[in-house]
Design a protein around this ligand. Sequence first.
Ligand code: FAD
Length: 314
Amino acid sequence: MTFATSARDTALLGGEARAGGTDVQERRRSGRSSGPIVDISRLDELRGIAWQPDGSATLGALTAIETLWRDPVLAAAYPALAQTSGALATPQIRAVGTIGGNLAQHTRCWYYRNPAGSCYRSGGSSCPARDGDHHFHVVIDLGPCIAPHPSTLAVALLAYDASLELTQQGSVPIEAFLGDGTDPRRADTLRQGELIVAVNLPTPDREERAAYSRASSRRLADWALVECVARMTIRHGYIDTATLAVGGVAAVPLRLREVEAQLVSRPATAETCHQAAAVAARRCRPLPQTGYKVDLLVATLGDALTRCLPAVRA
Ligand SMILES: Cc1cc2nc3c(=O)[nH]c(=O)nc-3n(C[C@H](O)[C@H](O)[C@H](O)COP(=O)(O)OP(=O)(O)OC[C@H]3O[C@@H](n4cnc5c(N)ncnc54)[C@H](O)[C@@H]3O)c2cc1C
């Protein structure tokens, strides 16, 4: 293992970066990662939260997930990012895992994680999950690989319209970084040896409300089956703006613009939220074992949206 001395370290070419190591070490142990490792954890310039004069935040790629949850100023500005950071994995993983590693972690698909297997993602020419056990997989089928994207933070950053600072491509919107989910060989558009340096968030809207909701088979220490981030502004009792991003349902986290359109200019009520959430089901094309995720998607969206409404006082 070598240690990178700068983000543009050429030693990274051909090697795999190790930040917190919580994903890469597991793959090393199982044999799904081989070849040189370049430890980037000593690049202190990639760590921490910086505030810009316009009130927006820049998050260094090595910032620990725990910091995103614990920082009260960040939580006030981007509440759904704090909520997702506090809900994922375990306290131990959050203390070590970084925002860059979270975005670039590899898929959880058990066919990929089994080093004896072969699939598109591991360089093969098929998706064994399609005809195999795929009950944790997608319900919106975008391409040959049916594994859902594993990153919870990507869902929040998509909802916040974040952009990433990359060593080779420069500034890239998160949606472009994630791609459209149709390339079965990759879950992002990072180039060989390229690093995420930082995440840039837009100026926060102090008027908006935001909420994160997840459905998982265990409360702790598991990836979400379905997860949703909702942002909403309300004016005079009507929904003025709405932004929704979901994860666990497709090869990449998705914005649900058709649901957002159902919310804008409608009364800010639970009924509006649940009616709009139901529209998400129209996009779903479940696999034989993932039909249950349609109901989870509608329920999770409905929950996140209604939690954006002002509390009803008795
Ligand atoms: C029990 C359990 C439950 C979990 N639940 C969730 C969950 O609900 N949601 C969720 O999102 N995650 C979940 N995780 C995953 C966890 O969040 C990730 O393992 C962690 O975020 C990875 O960060 P890391 O810094 O340790 O990455 P590493 O293991 O160091 O790296 C992961 C990958 O990212 C690449 N990488 C790292 N940093 C950079 C960078 N700056 N630029 C480019 N590439 C980089 C590495 O080369 C590697 O390929 C869970 C993990 C466990 C063990």
